[in-house]
Design a protein around this ligand. Structure first.
Ligand code: SUG
Length: 448
């Protein structure tokens, strides 16, 4: 049976702004308070989806969330009508209003961890929504994420959904940003690779000194258990704490994998040799031949990687077995990175081509091509069971582009976030979106 990797991209929401909310994420901190352009952000994301679809890849779309999140503000004690809640928060606690307005759900690599049916004990595709416990503005995403994923992958014969892990730092879970799957073909059993930043319960593991390690070993292990993965099909590795302290807040900022290939920076992991050997032997047991492409620090520094987002790229398989790397334009702007990429594609190795995309609006908050997509490996039967409303087509691209043009502002500052009208605009837009994507009622304003 045929199998595919389907990339579901997060559609950027109408409140996209630079709130400076993510300590440890260099771009988010350094662009704080700048004015953003939500319309341009959404159109840049849609252009990437369309381009991948046009190249023949399976492409889907994941809906944004209701923001400002009035219910979250009410839980923090703001009261009255929706307009009063927003005005009171703007007056007394602007940072909380900004957090409740974040369009951060666009980075759907953090929406959930997904295990394909070939890896799981019950033969279903398993999803665990990420609790994103490290940052308040992201910790409020998972209830709606779960409803949206439930509406996209509704067929219980093929899809199993797990609620987010307990909402404490000890089970901090950032979803697929710290998870990669290696396999020979997408439909065959593979090896799931979980990368954690620290252990919450075992003091023998080192931890970063400056910035938070968002993913714990215990969270990764819980997800593997929930999904019914075999021990032989799982590898755990620790992210190098020193790269977290240099701004590598997720593993997908320093490594990306696809098929039998891991593309990574020399400083990305601890105990790299042991980890590579384990990946290689476990993949061999399911018939695969593991291949690693290491980028030496002498060619590209960790700082270059963080600034250019070289590794936050999408590594995609071409029908002829070669791979294509989708990188943000910041890679072209960095001389060392660009030179490295020229050498890589000219070397005759597995990564044969690089394509560049302008995702500047998202990049300024630390979200590159890989952050914007959630990968779901599906066989033909499972793909047919996905809600067809969320699979990208030329007409859907046109409808979504027009929808953005109609509803989005082209400039967003703190003053806009304090405007109660923004909530009404967002609700009107999202109500229409659920009809376009055939999601049914998924937003708090639709179900309460
Ligand atoms: O969680 N930025 C996101 C970026 C997520 C990137 N995802 C992956 N690497 N997979 C984060 O730090 C910034 C929001 C602001 O500052 O307004 C933000 O949430």
């Amino acid at each position: 049976m045929k199998s595919y990797e389907v990339n579901f991209d997060g559609l950027v929401g109408p409140t996209h702004n630079y709130g400076g909310l993510s300590y440890g994420n260099v771009a988010s901190q350094s662009n704080s308070q700048q004015s953003s352009n939500p319309k341009e952000a959404a159109l840049q994301g849609l252009a990437k989806m369309k381009a991948l679809m046009d190249m023949g890849f399976q492409q889907g779309v994941l809906a944004p969330q209701e923001r400002p999140d009035g219910a979250a503000l009410r839980r923090l004690g703001f009261a009255g009508s929706d307009a009063q809640v927003i005005q009171q928060a703007a007056k007394e606690a602007m940072p909380l209003l900004v957090a409740s307005c974040s369009a951060s759900s666009m980075w759907v690599a953090n929406a959930a961890t997904v295990s394909p049916s070939a890896d799981t004990a019950d033969g279903r595709v398993h999803f665990t929504a990420a609790n994103l416990n490290c940052k308040y503005h992201r910790s409020i995403e998972h209830p709606t994420t779960s409803r949206v994923l439930g509406a996209m992958f509704a067929n219980q014969q093929h899809f199993a959904h797990h609620a987010a892990l307990p909402a404490v730092a000890q089970f901090g879970d950032e979803g697929a940003a710290n998870h990669t799957r290696f396999c020979r073909t997408y439909g065959e059993a593979g090896v799931e690779f979980f990368v954690f930043g620290r252990s919450a319960f075992d003091a023998r593991f080192p931890a970063p000194q400056k910035y938070p390690a968002r993913q714990t070993l215990e969270a990764s292990q819980a997800v593997a258990r929930l999904h019914g993965l075999r021990e032989e099909g799982v590898v755990y590795a620790q992210q190098n704490p020193s790269v977290i302290d240099q701004g590598v807040f997720h593993n997908d900022v320093i490594a990306v994998g696809n098929g039998e290939v891991l593309f990574y920076h020399e400083d990305a992991f601890l105990e790299t040799d042991r980890m590579l050997a384990e990946l290689s032997s476990k993949l061999a047991k399911v018939g695969g031949k593991f291949q690693s492409v290491c980028v030496p620090r002498s060619a590209v520094t960790v700082d270059d990687a963080v600034r250019s987002y070289l590794f936050n790229s999408q590594l995609l398989s071409r029908p002829d077995g070669s791979m294509l790397l989708i990188v943000p334009q910041e890679c072209r702007g960095n001389e060392r990175v660009w030179q490295y990429l020229q050498g890589l594609t000219g070397s005759g190795g597995v990564i044969g081509e690089v394509k560049v995309f302008d995702l500047k609006q998202s990049m300024q908050n630390g979200g590159g091509p890989a952050c914007l997509r959630l990968r779901v490996a599906l066989n033909e039967t499972e793909l047919a069971a996905v809600n067809p409303g969320v699979i990208m087509t030329a007409p859907l691209y046109d409808s979504l582009t027009q929808w953005v043009e109609r509803h989005y502002r082209d400039r967003m500052t703190e003053n806009d976030l304090a405007d109660p009208q923004l909530l009404l605009e967002c609700r009107a837009a999202l109500d229409e979106l659920t009809q376009i994507l055939k999601l049914g009622a998924v937003y708090p304003f639709q179900i309460n």
